[in-house]
Write a protein that binds this ligand. Sequence first.
Ligand code: RIB
Length: 302
Amino acid sequence: MPAPILVIGSANTDMVVKTAKLPAPGETVLGGKFLMNPGGKGANQAVAAARLGGTVTFVAKVGDDVFGREARAGFIREGMDTQYVLTDPDRPSGVALINVDEHGENCIAVAPGANGNLQPTDVAPALQAAPPETLLLLQLEIPLPTVEQAVKLAAERGLRVVLNPAPAQALPDSLFVNLFLITPNETEAETLTGIRVTGEATAERAARKFHDMGVQNVIITLGAKGAYLHTADGGGTMINTPPVSPVDTTAAGDCFNGALTVALAENQSLTDAVTFACRAASISVTRMGAQASMPTQADLTK
Ligand code: RIB
């Protein structure tokens, strides 16, 4: 029986414009299509995990508005447990403005809305109810005190915690010792370790620094190159992503984290889990949108 997955994080509605190039400061760029899609790092990771067969409970806060109602309906359609998706009567649902260029690169600005009001007390009931084998998956699009409280409660209950430290921000030292796994990209790894990650050698240095900070296992994602895994016993390995032509890299990291957690919940080795996650993420970048791009189990068996 796979372990349950508890995702605590943000839910947004993404407003996406595809343009030939990303606008520079002060520049207006005429674009192509406009798309409105469900997004938010927490919700994207929860949906990725659910589509790949994970048993997912999602903890989030949305506004009492059409975006919040649409988001909740989407989570129910994906088969997620939504009993801890709260409604904030005072703040609007989170929104992200996204530009995607012709190479699939993006830039994103987020108005957090209700995500910014997910309080430490809001996450306690789900953590208290979680079975001990549960994997907790977190990101940084909700208030940091809430992330800290979730990690603390999970550690008290002996749950394994996976932290995707996105978007990049400095974190308190006390957080790292309770992490089973951290999954930064190059930028996030540099923010947290001070080491500029440009490839395998620098990824290894950053990973060793994370171990020194108390993290058990480290995966540094390296975009199209794949991911570098460094485990608690000191072994490092580079896992490559299958080559693809990207149309939209938005939420590729979210897809990676959702898929990774599903594989870990199935008791796969870290190496196999990273390989699976790289394959899933390589599919997601060939499709537009965040949750819209997440592959299913059938996509991965082709
Ligand atoms: O990681 C991609 C996500 O970041 C988007 O869906 C957007 O909502 C922002 O949260």
